[in-house]
Design a protein around this ligand. Structure first.
Ligand SMILES: Nc1nc2c(ncn2[C@@H]2O[C@H](COP(=O)(O)OP(=O)(O)OP(=O)(O)O)[C@@H](O)[C@H]2O)c(=O)[nH]1
Ligand SMILES: [Mg+2]
Length: 364
């Protein structure tokens, strides 16, 4: 039998491994006919406590094995981290399948982004065979759920495999579609095994899966506890900068931007990031020391001193024209209102940092 929260096979032997439940508790719950949660899910659900687990659940390997049993895939993408969660390597695996793309967490985007504008942007970014298979949703605001449900049911199939990287909101979406209670939480790796849920009144099953693990999103470098603090619950924050002289802007202790001699170009730009990420502007000569010393207490994330002590850093110059954004996967993006913006960025080596066509059109 599987845990109803995370899908791990229940076991009575090893509390440090997924699916553990003391045998007495298991017998009691079984006798009462109640839903059975493993100890980890029970603690996570009722006390918000995270139990570290010894596991090897990179679902990407397993995905190759289970794909054969599915013709229809629901690929879940987080709009607040599109570059980190819509991945070419996953898209490639799905080339022979019917794929419906659920772009979720759209409630976290600033209200100024209209649905029509977002749809146009997504059509250019996602190589979908049919653009109507790109669905804009929010599990939190219950937006787009019914039309997604209709689209799934009218596919002519009777099941869909729900996939995506960790923490994008797969389980939350399954819960809205199937009116179920799969455990969802800001802890990456909440779901540990496949979980099947039926869409009510229809012969249609959703298979929730463990997240695919990545290592090129800024949040991937953080402890599980810290990632949990950074996962946003409120709209993304944005802050406008119009530097008149050389300035440094610190995005938590994870990225340091240096804008040198901006007088001639007079750039104006906005940084979009998560609610708990600290943005701090300072003089260039102070920046380096401050960045090092205050990471983990004032400059969040990281959430602890030493949390990034094994990280190698890289510095790169970027010129970002108007109408483009520079994205730091898993952290946010820089939108240029008046450009070009010439900037040097120090960031952890291996983290994806790319320019893209702007998602946000600045207001005049
Ligand atoms: N604001 C907002 N938050 C969401 C939405 N969907 C999910 N979340 C939050 O995102 C976090 C992760 O959600 P889950 O549903 O557990 O994500 P998952 O993809 O199943 O994660 P794993 O099982 O760990 O791979 C939780 O804190 C959710 O509350 C949404 O539409 N809007
Ligand atoms: Mg999940």
């Amino acid at each position: 039998m599987k845990c109803a929260g995370c899908g791990a096979e229940l076991q009575f032997d090893d509390p440090s491994k997924p699916g553990y439940i003391p045998f007495e508790v298991y017998e009691k719950r079984l006798a009462e006919g109640k839903e059975i949660l493993c100890q980890r899910c029970y603690k996570l659900k009722h006390y918000g406590k995270v139990t570290p687990m010894k596991m090897n659940t990179d679902f990407k390997k397993e995905l190759k094995n289970v794909l054969g049993s599915f013709d229809l895939i629901l690929y879940v993408i987080d709009i607040t981290d599109f570059e980190g969660t819509y991945r070419e390597d996953i898209a490639d695996l799905l080339s022979k399948k019917r794929v419906i793309y659920a772009v979720t967490k759209t409630d976290l985007l600033p209200k100024a982004v209209s649905k029509a504008q977002l749809k146009e942007w997504l059509k250019r970014r996602i190589s979908a065979k049919n653009p109507d298979d790109i669905r804009i949703v929010s599990a939190k605001k219950k937006f787009g759920i019914n039309s997604l449900k209709k689209r799934l049911i009218s596919s002519g199939k009777d099941k869909a495999l729900v996939i995506g990287v960790t923490n994008v909101g797969k389980s939350s979406l399954v819960n809205e579609l199937a009116e179920s209670e799969v455990l969802s939480s800001p802890v990456p790796g909440t779901t540990l095994g496949m979980i099947r849920r039926k869409i009510k009144s229809f012969k249609f099953y959703l298979y929730d899966t463990p997240g695919i693990i990545t290592n090129d999103r800024a949040i991937d470098l953080l402890s599980i506890d810290c990632q949990r603090k950074i996962v946003p619950s409120r709209e993304m924050t944005r802050k406008t900068f119009k530097p008149q002289k050389s300035r440094a802007i610190l995005i938590g202790g994870m990225a340091m931007m240096s804008v040198e001699n901006p007088q001639n170009l007079a750039p104006i730009f906005q940084i979009f990031t998560y609610q708990n990420v600290k943005l701090h502007e300072t003089k260039p000569e102070k920046a380096e020391g401050f960045f090092k010393e205050r990471a983990g207490d004032f400059l969040i994330p990281p959430c602890y001193k030493e949390e990034l002590k094994d990280v190698d850093w890289e510095e790169r110059y970027f010129e970002i024209p108007e109408k483009e954004e520079l994205v730091i996967a898993g952290l946010g993006w820089i939108n240029v209102k008046r450009g070009p913006l010439r900037v040097k960025i120090k960031f952890p080596k291996g983290i994806k940092i790319v320019k893209r066509n702007r998602l946000i059109i600045p207001r005049r």
